[in-house]
Design a protein around this ligand. Structure first.
Ligand code: EPZ
Length: 420
């Protein structure tokens, strides 16, 4: 079994370069299925969710060539929607994008009920609502979701909840539909804009992504024959911003879009950290002990839920009593149990947690319950007194590329070891 071993009390110093966005890549790769042609994608994060998606596309008949570690050419001229490897689709959440893409291209799609991080109930009713509004029939039984349609017709769909996944799936299903689809109360995350920009580069006609009303004018075919570069990862950049302050360090974060980081920048400055934005990079540095704050996670441009656990680590050592309200997921405080083993003083109940700031953390063996909880525990290990061991690395590898190498370059004493 693999574990990370971290010797703490290390201020992080230096530069880190951000990879392509995981939540854009795991939507853009299935979106290639809408193309009756070949396309090239750059700045692809080399993470396990991406590699899994490439395997699925190859099972469907696509040809994928890794031109470099971060560039792929995808040929989706010949695909068979009946060849979806159901076992593989159960392993991660974003497999639900196969529904929108294959329904859009082939008018038939079947996947197993999606897996992914255990953050409480993760319904897909809004995805199904969009497919049915476009004219599809959707059956959910025997652990499978099957969507079929004779034809798809543009329509208006109002999202009852602001959902990243449902917004993207509605776009995917509408790109080749007859007529115009209006998606109202859409999510506005940067990765949604990235998916729309990718599809428009390949011949689609999508307007308004990044606002709460998106219009998709259906087109006959996407020819592809173009190149697209994936947006830098907002959440990876935010993770390193928090690590800089929590470790009392000074980091320059390169290849990021500072606009996407405004909510986290504002919160770090509010509690006493320093941030200097400059073009495509940010300098983040510590100058004094941070103090308490109240945070409510919200859809973009609000404070991202995917930075909540990392911020929890910083608030656990900040002066005073802090409160986090997790408005998106039912159970995203599992990491607090592990932090309390490290000497934090956190009380979590349902969607709210109270952090009584302590002077410092102490090392312990801890377990990552999901991707972002794993990132939070790495930050905790880097600041704790002693040697921390982190288990369940599969969660972390799903969404962070070479994370221990990136932290090591910033001075962290971190290594991945195989425990006999
Ligand atoms: C995406 O998940 C991200 N995953 C999540 O990141 C992220 O936490 C989440 O958006 C919110 O930002 C990917 O992009 C692959 P939602 P998604 O649909 O699409 C409810 C990470 O760490 N809802 O925006 O599954 C839902 O229960 C992961 O990278 C419905 O009720 O999230 C939740 O409360 C973890 N019905 C809220 O909406 C639906 O049909 C937001 O969920 C869909 C969602």
């Amino acid at each position: 079994m693999e574990k990370l071993v971290i010797t703490g009390k290390t201020p992080l110093k230096g530069e880190v370069v951000i990879s392509g966005a995981k939540n854009a890549a795991v939507a853009i790769i299935p979106a290639t299925l809408l193309i009756n042609g070949v396309c090239r994608i750059e700045n692809v994060p080399n993470i396990s969710d991406v590699r899994l998606y490439c395997e699925i596309l190859e099972e469907l008949g696509a040809k994928i060539t890794w031109e470099t570690e971060h560039e792929i050419t995808v040929d989706t001229r010949k695909i068979d929607p009946h060849k979806v490897p159901l076992d593989t689709t159960r392993k991660f959440r974003a497999s639900y994008y196969l529904l929108g893409a294959l329904l859009g291209r082939c008018k038939f799609a079947q996947v197993s009920s999606p897996g992914g991080c255990n953050l409480g109930a993760r319904p897909i009713d809004q995805h199904i609502k969009s497919f049915e509004a476009l004219g599809a029939t959707v059956d959910v039984s025997n652990g499978k979701i099957t969507a079929k349609a004779k034809k798809l017709k543009g329509t208006s769909v109002y999202m009852d909840v602001v959902s990243v996944g449902a917004t993207i799936n509605a776009i995917l299903a509408a790109v080749l539909a007859e007529g115009t689809t209006i998606i109202d109360n859409a999510a506005k995350e940067p990765h949604i804009v990235d998916v729309a920009n990718f599809l428009n580069t390949m011949g689609a006609d999508i307007r308004g992504a990044g606002t709460d009303i998106i219009k998709v004018h259906g087109v006959k075919e996407l020819k592809g024959d173009a190149t697209y570069s994936i947006v830098p990862d907002q959440i990876e950049a935010g993770t390193f911003m928090i690590a800089a302050i929590a470790s009392k360090g000074d980091i320059t974060i390169k290849n990021c879009i500072t606009k996407h980081l405004e909510s986290i920048t504002a919160k770090i400055v509010e509690i006493g950290g320093n941030v200097d934005a400059n073009g495509d990079h940010l300098r983040v540095w510590y100058s004094k002990r941070t103090h308490k704050a109240t945070i409510k996670t919200l859809p973009y441009p609000g404070f991202p839920t995917d930075l909540q656990p990392q911020m929890g680590v910083l608030l656990s050592i900040s002066e005073g009593t802090s409160i986090i309200n997790e408005s998106i997921w039912e159970s995203r405080f599992q990491y607090t149990v592990e932090l309390n083993k490290m000497g934090a003083n956190i009380t979590a109940q349902g969607k709210t947690a109270v952090f009584e700031g302590v002077k410092g953390l102490t090392a312990a063996p801890v377990y990552a319950s999901d991707l972002r909880a794993g990132a939070a525990l790495i930050i905790a290990g880097i600041i704790a007194n002693g040697k921390t061991e982190i288990y369940n690395l599969n969660h972390i590898d799903r969404g962070y590329e070479n994370i221990e190498e990136k932290f090591r370059k910033l001075g962290a004493k971190i290594e991945r070891v195989v425990e006999e």
